[in-house]
Design a protein. Structure first.
Lengths: 273, 109
């Protein structure tokens, strides 16, 4: 049946790991917005949540880097990060292998996706889940777009991946929710960490909310790197979510630049249902 | 320069508790499995976060590697800044891709 939820949110490790160092008011507002996103997802009664993330070398390396991957297991584990660093306890997270397999078979009709029967979550998935499904009681289907190791997945292919996910989900009887996670402009884990190009972020989010395919795909990687930093490459996940929304418009439910979290912290939803 | 090998070692270390245990108990044996220059090997062992950054290690690998060594966040950022001051701009990898200077750190961290 049609996708029951489609949204996007930030996943920066500082959101949990450095929470005590942020200005409390804006931090609490962000955490509340993320928890509300979890409530909204649950309200759609999903059978599984597809998390389209930009992972950070937890599973995929330059020895065999897939442009796209989807997990196909009954369970996952994570985060890989030092627990004191991320302030999230390592846990088992439920998956749904049979449902993953059906979804992958659907996606494969148009996009050559890799599948993975093992998958370790890093902050790209674990930080959002900490707020969205804190009890780890909803099966997760992890998906990844290569935003880390150049050559990167082209933006137009990220769009195609989103379309393929949507077509595959729509063809299933199960109720599928989808959340993309990533940063907009940021210079994560570098000396420039904390620098944020808020104007660029707001322009990108305006294009996202309008679901303007041509505008979303008009960026070159050189422009993204110049204006949005290396972390800006993660707009691929947002672009996939926009494509999965199949023309629906979006609403930016929360967006505030929080330097200690290294990014314009965002919660956004497409009106798919 | 064998950035690929340095990053591969860090990747395996970050994600695999068994490799972490081996890195504690038989570090040289783990390091021997990778084709590292003397400079790279020394930077890993110290660990010299600033030099590893300048050698081109991706921050998403280096951040986790630093956390494994219990290097605090602000200290981690400072070590990279000092690394650039000491060793010059990033030599290879994603941050060297379009002339990234790597020293444009402004505002509150």
């Amino acid at each position: 049946m049609p996708l029951v939820y489609c949204g996007a949110c930030s996943h920066g490790p500082g959101i949990t790991g450095r929470a005590d160092r942020a200005e409390p008011k804006v931090r609490d507002a962000l955490h509340t917005a993320l928890r509300r996103m979890g409530d909204d997802i649950r309200a759609t009664r999903p059978d599984a949540l597809v998390v389209v993330a930009a992972e950070h070398f937890a599973n995929f390396f330059m020895n065999n880097m897939p442009a796209f991957a989807i997990g196909m297991a009954d369970g996952y584990e994570g985060p890989i990060e030092d627990e004191a660093f991320l302030k999230i306890k390592r846990a088992k997270v439920p998956g749904n292998k049979a449902l993953s397999k059906k979804l992958i078979e659907g996606v494969m009709q148009t996009v050559d996706v890799a599948y993975a029967e093992e998958w370790k979550f890093d902050h790209g998935i674990s930080v959002p889940l900490h707020f969205l499904t804190p009890n780890y009681d909803l099966p997760i289907i992890p998906a990844n777009i290569n935003c880390q190791g150049p050559p990167l997945t082209p933006l137009k292919r990220a769009w195609a991946f989103g379309e393929a996910l949507r077509a595959a989900a729509d063809a299933l009887p199960e109720r599928i929710a989808l959340v993309a996670t990533g940063g907009i402009s940021h210079w994560p884990a570098t000396p420039d960490s904390g620098k944020i190009n808020e104007a660029w972020d707001r322009e990108f989010l305006a294009r996202w909310a309008a679901n303007d395919r041509d505008a979303l795909l008009s960026y070159t990687d050189a422009e993204i790197y110049r204006d949005g930093g290396q972390g800006g490459f993660e707009i691929r996940t947002f672009i996939a979510a926009a494509a999965a929304a199949k023309g629906a418009k979006g609403k930016i439910e929360f967006c505030e630049p929080i330097p200690i979290f290294s990014v314009s912290c965002t919660v956004a939803r497409m009106a798919v249902s | 320069m064998s950035l690929y090998q340095v990053q591969k070692l860090i990747y395996e270390l970050n994600r695999d508790p068994r490799t972490q245990a081996r890195y504690e108990s038989e570090r040289d044996a783990v390091l021997d499995e990778y084709e590292l220059t003397a400079e790279e090997r020394a930077a890993l062992v110290k660990p010299d976060i600033g030099l590893l950054y300048v050698l081109g290690v991706n921050g998403q690998l280096l951040m986790h590697f630093a956390a494994l060594h219990k290097i605090e966040w602000t200290d981690y950022l400072e070590r990279m800044r000092q690394g650039v001051k000491t060793h010059g701009p990033v030599r290879e990898g994603v941050y060297a891709m379009t002339g990234y200077a790597g020293v444009d750190a402004k505002g509150k961290r």
